[in-house]
Design a protein. Structure first.
Length: 487
């Protein structure tokens, strides 16, 4: 991610560097998924490519967001699996089995050390690949000086890159409330969690969107007492209502306190912890507080508007379906655009941008085919159009839902919470979307992703073989139920 602070202007600029090969010069500002994927596509298309990144290749997605958070959550998932051990006839030994850790001790300093190592290794792997492909990776802070020039500031010096095409992929940073300033010790953003050396005794999570729900669930599984402060009626308000209800029920069953319709007004340090004051005057005390109240695009102070790039009211770069901005030759990808805050979408935007800019065949971004996953336990995976979107659009559709507990493989593994839901067009049977709530739902959603992207019908899915017993068997079964379902 690129800094929002303009570079120093006093030293004389160095000569424009000569990228490694011929062809048009593409300058990518930001090394996250949107940036590095665009750089790879551009190189394979014969362009000279310079990628400017100040914080480490891979950006926030690799270093402080997706990779570290999902690594932490993977550890918590192991604890969730261990919770089912007694039901399977397995008994732990040596530690109490009636505490939140279920007979297992979590050493958070070692967990977080592993998280940081994996993130750094992934960043280095991406950098190595870029360099092997011939991308000129430049460490520094980039800003636009018009639509065809990028100024890079590093080590109190500046150099100018002339560009035929510019891609802006500067990402976003955690939103901070004026009355809840993070200190990195007790009041934290999600980028600061990976330096804790001890498990929070009582973690207050402010925000029940995807980030808040994922971390709340993970820390509860690791053994922390967790209070989730939600300003909405339920957790995960933007998700499928049935799926969100499953997660909230699981949270409460596991001992989490969920405060619905409760808005946090402030958070402050106390002598030995934090105090979160709600808008109705209630005070929630804890040892630590995680602020998960959204993010803001990293677009200020990098010359975008001066270069003719239109920004939306929230500061996001406005782009079309091939990632073009309002400035000729300037494209944008990822969280700075506000299209959909997913690493997969950022990468697709970057690839589409380069295909369009360099004259290759291009298929505009289609959000109706995007698969997404929420890494709670169980996970929520979705693809295609949601039930809410179908209802609002007045689409005639049929739907079927099967509980995961009916699946024989789920029974063998002690899985009880979750379901598979499918939406199909009432007249044609075309699969319009689906929801999977299950452990590893992000893997199980792929057959439905293929069905949506290739316009398959529910009968096409139903006629496909599945392994018996398997969790994916429920996908074929729910499609078979739709065969005789009347609209």
């Amino acid at each position: 991610m690129t800094s929002t602070t303009p570079g120093l202007a006093e030293p004389a600029p160095e000569p424009t560097p000569r990228p490694r090969s011929g062809g048009p010069h593409v300058v990518v500002v930001g090394g996250g998924p949107g940036g590095y994927e665009a750089a790879l596509v551009a190189r394979r298309s014969g362009a000279r490519v310079s990628l400017v990144e100040r914080s480490g290749v891979g950006g926030a997605a690799v270093l402080t967001d997706v990779v570290p958070s999902k690594t932490l959550i993977a550890t918590a998932e192991w604890m969730t699996i261990a919770d089912r051990a007694p039901e399977l006839g397995i008994r732990t030994a040596g530690l109490p089995t009636d505490g939140p850790a279920r007979g297992h001790q979590v050493l958070l300093d070692e967990v977080n050390a592993r998280v940081r190592r994996l993130a750094e290794a992934q960043s280095q792997d991406i950098r190595t690949r870029l360099e092997n492909e011939g991308v000129d990776v430049i460490e520094g802070t980039g800003r636009l000086d018009g639509p065809e020039r990028v100024v890079v500031a590093a080590d109190e010096r500046e150099r100018t890159l002339d560009a035929d095409v510019v891609l802006v992929a500067t990402g976003a940073t955690p939103r901070v409330l004026p009355e809840a300033q993070p200190d990195g010790e007790r009041i934290l953003t999600w980028t600061q969690l990976y330096h804790l050396d001890r498990l929070p005794e009582r973690l207050v999570v402010v925000g029940s969107g995807v980030t808040g729900a994922e971390f709340a669930g993970a820390y509860r599984s690791l053994g922390s007492d967790v209070v989730l402060v939600s300003s909405r009626e339920r957790v995960l308000p933007g998700e499928d209502a049935d799926a969100a209800q499953v997660i909230e029920d699981v949270f409460t069953d596991r001992g989490m306190t969920v405060l619905s319709r409760s808005r946090a007004a402030s958070a402050r340090r106390t002598a030995d912890g934090v105090a979160v004051t709600l808008s109705d005057g209630r005070v929630v005390e804890g040892s630590h507080c995680l602020m998960a109240v959204g993010s803001v695009p990293s677009t200020a102070g990098i010359g975008l508007e001066e270069a003719g790039v239109h920004l939306g009211p929230g500061g996001h770069v406005e782009v079309d379906r091939v990632s073009r901005t309002s400035a000729r030759g300037v494209y944008a990808a990822g969280d700075c655009t506000g299209v959909l805050p997913l690493a997969s979408v950022a990468a697709m935007q970057g690839r589409i941008a380069m295909a369009h800019a360099l004259g290759d065949a291009v298929q505009p971004l289609d959000l109706s085919e995007v698969a997404a996953n929420i890494f709670t336990a169980p996970e929520i995976a979705t693809v295609g159009r949601s039930q809410r979107a179908l209802d609002e659009a007045g689409v005639r559709y049929v739907t079927s839902t099967l509980a995961l507990a009916r699946n024989p493989r789920a029974k063998m593994l002690g899985m009880k919470d979750g379901f598979v839901k499918l939406f199909a067009h009432a007249a044609t049977g075309t699969v319009l979307g689906g929801v999977v709530v299950a452990p590893r739902a992000g893997e199980l959603i792929f057959p439905l992703t293929i069905a949506v992207s290739h316009r398959l019908t529910s009968d096409d899915v139903a006629r496909s073989f599945t392994v018996y017993p398997s969790l994916s068997g429920s996908i074929a079964e729910v499609a078979r139920v739709l065969h005789a379902r009347e609209p």
